[in-house]
Design a protein around this ligand. Structure first.
Ligand SMILES: [Zn+2]
Length: 58
């Protein structure tokens, strides 16, 4: 028996029972992947909305 800590949910789980090491579950593995893609690409934004949010400086 060897329990390890999931880096995503920080919960202890049995390593031999997990199918998504080093994560406790497939769900946590997807969360980790989502973090990387989210930081690299972010969410798609329309250019029109960005121009509307542009602050006016007088
Ligand atoms: Zn987890």
């Amino acid at each position: 028996m060897s329990s390890v800590m999931c880096p995503i949910c920080r919960g202890d789980f049995e390593a031999s029972l997990s199918i998504s090491l080093p994560f406790c579950s497939e769900r946590c593995r997807q969360v980790d992947l989502g973090r990387w893609f989210g930081e690299d690409y972010g969410f798609p934004r329309e250019e029109s909305s960005e121009s509307e949010q542009e602050p006016e400086i007088n």
